[in-house]
Design a protein around this ligand. Structure first.
Ligand SMILES: CC(C)(COP(=O)(O)OP(=O)(O)OC[C@H]1O[C@@H](n2cnc3c(N)ncnc32)[C@H](O)[C@@H]1OP(=O)(O)O)[C@@H](O)C(=O)NCCC(=O)NCCS
Length: 191
């Protein structure tokens, strides 16, 4: 297995894995085209790391240093495509605004700016340390950029993901209230 920083050409495969493995996330609900441009922007402006086995991507982790700055870049770069995608998914688009608003809200103050946005590994490679190695690479990458801590927001129903974070040293911070219909847990990892 080989872990490396992703390039833009990996984004199609990464968005496919996201779509199939993170089924009830709000980004997933925005569809494959949205995910492709989202990960393309992440690979350019934030952190996207992939795990490869025999030349095939089997998992990835993504995150950013400052969410607000990333969304600003993303919206500016893809304004027309986003307008078309979101026009047909107005309800889902509301969730993006809720997330952005929540990130700068009072409840969220005191949390690190940096954030792990998503991690997913193909089912046949789960339970085999691929996710742990992806996480370790993500931590090293953030350390290089002088980040001292980062947060992650995960749906409370995703039992395996919650256990993965706790097992790997994340500390529970609070309940995330960005989306009333889908509560989440916020964890912090200190580097
Ligand atoms: C989250 C994810 C990356 C973790 O990777 P993983 O390889 O499954 O991680 P682990 O094998 O270390 O499993 C984590 C813990 O979950 C628990 N677990 C294992 N199978 C489980 C299951 N079927 N249901 C609930 N918990 C389970 C175990 O306690 C395990 O810890 P242990 O090794 O001490 O027994 C991976 O499960 C995944 O890709 N999930 C789908 C995408 C997702 O939900 N991403 C998170 C949201 S961003």
């Amino acid at each position: 297995m080989f872990i490396r920083i992703a390039s833009e050409k990996d984004c199609f495969r990464v968005s496919e894995i996201h779509l199939n493995q993170i089924k009830d996330g709000f980004l997933t609900e925005l569809g494959p085209e949205f995910l492709r441009i989202f990960y393309s922007a992440i690979s350019q402006k934030a952190v996207l790391i992939v795990a490869e086995e025999n030349g095939k991507i089997i998992g990835f982790v993504s995150g950013c240093l400052i969410l607000k700055d990333f969304y600003r870049f993303f919206i500016k770069k893809h304004i027309f495509k986003l307008a078309v995608i979101l026009l047909f998914k107005l309800k889902k688009a509301r969730k993006i605004c809720e997330t952005a608003k929540y990130s700068s809200s009072k409840e969220n103050s005191g949390l690190p700016e940096a954030e792990l946005l998503s991690i997913a590994v193909l089912p046949e490679f789960q339970g085999k340390c691929v996710s742990k190695e992806l996480l370790q690479s993500f931590v090293s990458e953030l350390k290089k950029r002088e980040v001292k801590a980062f947060k992650v927001m995960v749906g409370e129903k995703l039992e395996r993901a919650n256990r993965f974070y706790i097992k790997n040293g994340f500390i529970f911070h609070s309940k995330g209230l960005a989306h009333k219909d889908s509560p989440s847990n916020i964890y912090v990892f200190k580097i």
